[in-house]
Design a protein around this ligand. Structure first.
Ligand code: HEM
Length: 431
């Protein structure tokens, strides 16, 4: 009952309201409800940008302007938006608070993603050294090894699903190693992450919500068991260190583990999938990369810009403030359309073109900006460059064997199926 009430307030009612506003042609509800936006949200983002740099809608402020997004993400007058800070009438907000399910998860406090400094600074410092470019550099050979194993599996296939057989597998394998999770448990982690991902959307169905809550319960239990195991038999990984040191409370530790796990694979799978589809739709760009493989790191930035794996986030004003001439009152929230900001023509020339040689692609906001900017950015970049370059080098004849299917999520935008015929593998060079 408690979770049904929570769903009704956080999703059921907003869903009804947003559906109505979407029908009236309001672009933000159209994006949030995935009305056509599931296929292509960018025209709706363009319409919001045409309305202004920062627009007050019937539900929240919204911006698709690159500079304004970046400004707000880096502004101390704004904090994170949690279910507790939603712009809801007081009785509904009270219901949200009363129905807190107190489940460890990435998108509610005490997850570092959902708390402000100084609490955020403390959590981030504890794990940051594991994710510096230098620390991630040490994972390079392992990423190459796992990629090779997965590609060897594809070599034997006439038909494959590039998401199921490749894009999903690499990130989960690496994040499990980072967290000391045994290989046999990767599939279970994938299942839980997949069921939990819709929680990043607004107005999801009761069915999706209850599945997600069941997944959070199961993942909390899984993490508790895993932490207990690490306390007895610690490995050389960050979670063992945190579990043994006792520096975090159990709820803090569980939220940190859940965040790193979820953020580590539910996003990178979209980078890989979106990249494959973009390259198949732009074969001239793929030819260029095959001829000049040094361009892969730049191509990863363009893939991230062109199809942001995380489409939006939000911030709430901590005090009365002002942004580009608009007064924002304390507690008002702003939806930041990261994916649309990456298509802002004021920053990116011809933003709808996919151009792997684009000089400023790295200015994208796909990893957000400011204190919450993605901790796993170096890891995701490395996984992206290693995986995609190896895939196309190994399978010169790779072609799609059907229409790629989208995941059906608004925020974590990517594909759930990319049917492909790998073709004959290239003869491997021996050094
Ligand atoms: C292409 C892949 C990825 C994308 C697009 C992505 C995107 C993002 C974004 C947009 C945020 C900030 C959201 C906000 O400002 O509200 C974020 C935060 C975060 N990401 Fe990623 N991420 C990716 C991969 C990863 C990986 C591989 C990890 C690995 C551990 C990771 C861990 C985190 C963590 C821990 C945070 C929270 C940081 C904080 O609150 O200080 N991410 N990510």
């Amino acid at each position: 009952m408690k979770s049904w009430i929570r769903w009704a307030v956080l999703h059921g009612l907003p869903r009804r309201y947003l559906t109505m506003r979407a029908r009236d042609g309001e672009p933000l509800p159209q994006i949030l409800m995935g009305s056509g936006a599931e296929q292509d949200p960018y025209p709706f983002g363009d319409r919001i940008r045409e309305q202004g740099r920062l627009v007050r809608t019937s539900i929240t402020w919204v911006t698709a302007d690159h500079e304004v997004c970046r400004k707000i993400l880096r502004d101390k007058n704004f904090g994170v938006s949690t279910p507790d800070t939603l712009e809801l009438p007081r009785p509904l907000l009270r219901l949200v608070r009363a129905t807190d399910l107190k489940l460890a998860n990435p998108i509610e406090p005490p997850s570092m993603l959902m708390v402000d400094p100084p609490q955020h600074t403390r959590y981030r410092k504890l794990v940051a050294q594991e994710f510096t470019p230098r620390a991630i550099g040490r994972l390079h050979d392992r990423i190459v090894e796992v990629t090779d194993e997965l590609l060897a599996g594809l070599a034997a296939r006439r038909n494959a699903d590039l998401i199921e057989d490749f894009a999903k597998r690499l990130p989960v394998a690496i994040i499990c190693e980072i967290l000391g999770v045994p290989k046999e448990e990767q599939d279970y982690m994938l299942e839980l992450g997949h069921a939990g991902a819709p929680l990043l959307d607004v107005g999801i169905s009761w069915r999706a919500f209850s599945r997600a809550i069941a997944a959070l319960r199961a993942s909390e239990e899984f993490i508790e068991g895993h932490v207990a195991r690490l306390r007895v038999d610690p490995g050389d990984n960050i979670l063992s260190e945190l579990a043994v040191s006792g520096i975090l409370t159990m709820p803090e530790l569980k939220a940190t583990a859940a965040l790193i796990a979820g953020a580590g694979f539910e996003t990178t799978v979209n980078l890989l999938g979106n990249g494959m589809v973009a390259l198949h739709e732009h074969p001239d760009q793929l030819d260029l990369l095959r001829a000049e493989p040094d361009r892969w790191p730049g191509a990863i930035e363009e893939i991230l810009r062109f199809g942001s794996p995380v489409q939006l986030t939000a911030r709430t004003a901590l005090c009365d403030t002002e942004i580009v001439g608009h007064p924002i009152a304390r507690s008002e929230s702003v939806t930041l359309l990261l994916g649309a900001a990456n298509r802002d023509p004021a920053v990116f020339a011809d933003p709808g073109a996919f151009d792997v040689t684009r000089a400023n692609a790295r200015e994208h906001l796909s990893f957000s900006s400011g204190v919450h900017s993605c901790l796993g950015a170096s890891l995701a970049r490395m996984e992206g460059a290693v995986a995609l370059s190896a895939l196309y080098e190994r399978f010169p004849e790779l072609r799609l064997a059907g229409t790629p299917e989208r995941r059906g999520l608004v925020n974590l935008r990517g594909y759930q199926r990319i049917p492909a015929a790998p073709g004959l593998p290239a003869v491997r060079r021996t050094v």
